[in-house]
Ligand binder design. Structure first.
Ligand code: PAN
Ligand code: ZN
Length: 188
């Protein structure tokens, strides 16, 4: 057949189609990312912080292919710190990525490879974010509704979560008098 239908669609802001992988990250899975331990311990471990729907058209590790993911970060805070994703470097450090914000308000938090500089880009519906290789990335929801964004990254990039779970980002994003603000991390 010469003309075929795509196997994936955005149905509203949800990904639909064949072979979509879905995962949920709950507060209990994210113990090493939030700065305020007391506030963290006082919250329910089964609370969903974010969900990811992904399509993997080729095998993980394939050079030259692309993966697609849609992330939905729920609104809320642990203490003053906004709900956010774990964050990672790509295992192959030079692999870049593109995020496209679909709904909500947030920040893309970025950190250089030697952890000396952390900065953020504002996310709003339609904003496009090019994430250079060698740059750690995570997103935080700074609004009152779901933050969702699409992501496209090389299928051989891999995810290095360990470096972030051990050292964090050098700054955290907190609500300071209603304004999202990057401040130095206090927890060792
Ligand atoms: C994204 C992220 C997604 C969830 O698709 O994987 O937002 O964040 P964590 O992977 O840090 O938990 C991406 O950057 N892929 O490479
Ligand atoms: Zn990534």
């Amino acid at each position: 057949m010469d003309i075929v239908l795509p196997s994936l669609y955005f149905n509203g802001n949800k990904l639909s189609g064949e072979a979509i992988d879905r995962l949920s990250r709950r507060l209990g899975d994210l113990g090493d990312i939030f700065n305020d331990r007391e506030a963290y311990d006082a919250m329910p471990a089964d609370q969903v912080i974010y969900e990811v729907e992904s399509a993997f058209p080729v095998a993980d590790g394939t050079e030259g292919g692309l993966f697609l993911g849609v992330t939905y970060v729920h609104p809320g805070k642990v203490g003053d710190e906004y709900f956010m994703t774990k964050g990672h470097f790509h295992k192959i450090r030079n692999r870049a990525e593109i995020y496209i914000c679909m709904e909500g308000e947030g920040m893309l938090i970025l950190m250089n490879e030697d952890h000396t500089h952390t900065w953020a880009e504002k996310m709003s519906p339609g904003s496009v974010h090019y994430i250079n290789g060698h740059t750690a990335h995570r997103t935080a929801n700074t609004g009152n509704s779901i933050l969702s964004f699409g992501a496209v990254w090389p299928s051989d990039a891999g995810h290095d979560y360990e470096t972030i779970s051990e050292n964090g980002f050098s700054k955290i994003l907190v609500d300071m008098n209603g304004m999202p603000t990057l401040v130095n991390r206090t927890r060792p």
